[in-house]
Write a protein that binds this ligand. Structure first.
Ligand code: ZN
Length: 247
């Protein structure tokens, strides 16, 4: 893997614009139980597909908010890992650096990344079902919170099954992918769109595409380099080589 790491470090050192796409693998290394992990207690009777939908929320908003409250509590106990921290450091060393993430945990922000496009929203956010009201501090949120502006219901600020991704976020993500010189695709299965399509857009724009994932994915076919490793190990290895080059 050493030669490949060196190639990536060289591309990184030369790139004026970098786009990073992160998926569930990035979060998993922080020890966050993924969506699909076994759910303890009475939640174990429900599949995420039955809770994270507009229909479930319409049926029983208190119940769905309760599930999200539990997920937020779990998230508070974990920290960004070295991979998150390195991406934030790299952003401060490079002119144009964008992270596009499918993750809803906010760990990139907590690690210090500034320019993050969160395609699926945030666990620690709520928004009005009717107007544009949003809030990110959910500490004193009630069991069935209402909008202070229009009195309609507030809902979790995440994208649910069957919902379209926010168009502004999608456009920004394609703009970042289509103008970058280096694209890093980290810890995504490549099955959930638009991760694969973003890698394709970067490829068409003649960017170098690097995949970091322990196992092959559909993105491997368009990648110039595939590092078969965990996110934190691969990013640490690239960082060491880049710093040794005098960055
Ligand atoms: Zn409202």
């Amino acid at each position: 893997m050493d030669g490949q790491v060196k190639r990536v470090a060289e591309w990184l050192a030369q790139a004026r614009s970098v786009c990073v796409s992160t998926g569930a693998g990035m979060t998993a290394e922080s020890g966050v139980p993924t969506f699909r992990d076994a759910q303890p207690g009475h939640w174990s009777r429900f599949r995420p597909e039955d809770l994270a939908t507009p229909e479930a929320f319409d049926r029983d908003p208190r119940f769905v908010w309760g599930w999200y409250r539990r997920r937020r509590a779990k998230l508070r106990k974990i920290e960004p890992h070295v991979g998150h921290v390195l991406l934030s450091e790299w952003e401060s060393r490079l002119p144009n650096f964008t992270v596009v993430t499918q993750n809803v945990d906010g760990l990139h922000h907590r690690a210090g990344s500034q320019h993050v496009i969160e395609l699926h929203g945030r666990l620690d956010a709520a928004r009005c079902v009717s107007c544009n009201y949003q809030r990110s501090d959910l500490d004193d949120l009630g069991e069935d919170p209402k909008c202070p502006d229009c009195s309609e219901r507030l809902r979790p600020g995440v994208v649910w099954f069957g919902e379209a991704l926010p168009s502004g976020a999608i456009e920004a993500a394609y703009a970042a992918a289509g103008t970058c010189e280096l694209m890093l695709v980290i810890g995504t299965s490549g099955v959930v769109q638009p991760a694969a399509a973003l890698a394709g857009a970067a490829r068409e724009a003649h960017a170098h595409v690097v995949e970091i994932n322990p196992a092959p994915t559909p993105i491997s076919d368009v990648a110039d380099v595939c590092l078969r490793s965990t996110c934190s190990a691969a990013l640490s290895a690239i960082d060491v080589v880049w710093k040794a080059m005098g960055a």
